[in-house]
Design a protein. Structure first.
Ligand SMILES: Cc1ncc(COP(=O)(O)O)c(C=O)c1O
Length: 472
């Protein structure tokens, strides 16, 4: 059989964990059709659970047709079971790859980037503000409101963004969206018809790339180095509708764009009469030095600034925003109205009060300490277990990239690491131009405790050692 990873602290029962791991083993063909399984007694003693746990899991799998019992012989993987489900699995994977986070069982240590520490969400404060808002609000506030969002939030946001990110705008330039995801989708719809060109940093998040491609735009990959996008590589002959960049803390490589390149970007946009779309999703969390102000502050009429509360508070809020040049406000507002009329105004009002009362600043300060500690643990564990590890990017955000010069993170290697209960993400997954980042992985640490980070790196080390031994 294969390696089981049971998490005794999980809310999921041991029976469910055993059941899921055998079922996944069949789906991913680690357990082949006709293969004989351990007897319930053998499996129970090898993974340290009671026999009843395994019995119940086997019974469920037999009832669902994954396993067959052959009298006086044993329990086997049933014929045809993997074939049928593999087809469904492949469909789910290819139809929307970004869905994968939801299905990862708790027992894995998942280094996915961009997951904040949601266990630290300020539930108490948020809850009491929500109650307060609910009783304070006049009746009409429970009806439809303006597509651009609650003025209370846009007002405090304009002040906050100027103070914290150097964004220069009037509140009327801000439109509240359902996350940065919606903001980017609407920007693409507004500016790009089918076949129009978008110049995109490469590598970049697969989600953002998917948004642009889905709208029918053509992507022009612009390579980056350790400081971010290289403006000299922007298209000279073609005219992109916009350049997409994450200048504060590039995803995934983590560079911070120097001022000279920021100026070059603006000059390029002016010359080509296009926009710069600046995604500023996690810049509040900077652990060394001070955060560099936004590119938007350099030219508010050329830069569309996109932000989100998914990382500083929680993705579940679905509150993001876009700061627009004046000429785009009217059409963007219309598109937003057609899409969903407006983002939940009650949540917006709670958020406005949360910022106004200074709770957001306090929360960010608290989270910074937590993330700094997690990052420090990750870096020191990586250095301890991999003496040749190179850590890339600024000390910021909730992820880093590690380069292991002797490892190529192929699918086989990633799968081997997964068998050790750890999920890591190769930078190649985010690259438009393939083959340039094979020895790098992205490691998110935002949602992992110090203990899980330590355990995860130990397991990563074991998995890579086993992989290297199997090649000798
Ligand atoms: C680069 C980048 N920008 C923004 C976001 C946030 O998206 P949203 O605000 O829709 O949660 C993400 C999500 O992980 C991201 O990776």
């Amino acid at each position: 059989m294969f390696l089981f990873t049971l998490d005794r602290s999980s809310n999921e029962s041991l029976t469910k964990q055993v059941y899921e791991q055998i079922r996944d083993g069949i789906l991913t063909k680690k357990l082949r059709e006709g293969e004989k399984l351990f007897s319930t007694r053998e499996l129970a003693s090898s993974i340290g659970v009671s026999r009843n746990v395994v019995l119940e899991a086997y019974e469920q799998l037999i009832a669902e047709g994954y396993l067959d019992v052959r009298p006086r012989s044993g329990t086997y993987v049933a014929k045809g079971s993997s074939l049928q489900v593999i087809t469904d699995y492949a469909y789910v994977q290819s139809s929307f790859q970004e869905k994968n986070t939801e299905c990862i069982p708790n027992s894995y240590i998942d280094f996915r980037a961009g997951n904040p520490a949601i266990d630290h969400f300020p539930r108490g404060k948020w809850g009491s503000l929500a109650k307060e808002i609910c009783s304070d609000l006049p009746e009409h506030a429970f009806g439809y409101t303006d597509a651009e969002g609650a003025m209370e939030l846009r007002d405090v946001l304009a002040h906050y963004l100027l103070r914290v990110r150097g964004v220069k705008c009037h509140p009327s330039q801000i439109i509240i969206t359902s996350g940065a995801t919606q903001a980017l989708h609407l920007i693409t719809e507004l500016l790009c018809g089918k076949g129009n060109l978008i110049a995109v940093e490469d590598p970049v998040t697969d989600e953002m790339r998917a948004i642009f491609s889905y709208a029918g735009a053509k992507l022009y990959p612009v390579s980056i180095d350790e400081r971010g996008i290289i403006p000299e590589l922007l298209p000279l002959k073609e005219n992109p509708r916009f350049v997409f960049t994450i200048p504060s803390h590039q995803f995934p490589l983590g560079g911070t764009l120097p001022i000279q390149r920021r100026v070059q970007l603006i000059e390029y946009a002016r010359k080509k009469d296009c926009f710069i779309v600046e995604d500023d999703y996690d810049s509040e969390f900077t652990y060394e030095g001070v955060p560099v102000p936004s590119v938007q502050g350099l030219d508010p009429e050329r830069v569309i600034y996109v932000g989100t509360f998914s990382k500083i508070l929680a993705p579940a809020l679905r509150i993001g925003y876009v700061v627009l040049p004046y000429e785009l406000i009217k059409d963007f507002r219309k598109l937003k109205w057609f899409t969903d009329r407006h983002t939940s105004s009650l949540e917006q009002l709670v958020l406005a009060r949360f910022i106004e009362k200074g709770y957001l600043d306090r929360h960010v300060r608290r989270m910074k300490k937590i993330y700094r500690e997690r990052r420090k643990t990750l870096v020191s564990c990586l250095r301890k277990h991999f003496t040749d590890a190179k850590i890339l990017g600024q000390a910021a955000g909730m992820h880093l990239v590690v380069e292991l010069p002797k490892v190529s993170f192929t699918e086989e290697v990633i799968e081997r690491i997964k068998q050790y209960g750890v999920i890591v993400y190769p930078v190649e997954r985010y690259a438009l131009q393939e083959g340039l980042h094979q020895n790098k992985i992205v490691m998110g640490y935002g949602s992992l405790t110090v203990e899980s980070i330590k355990k995860g790196i130990e397991r990563l080390k074991m998995a890579l050692e086993e992989q290297s031994n199997s090649l000798q």
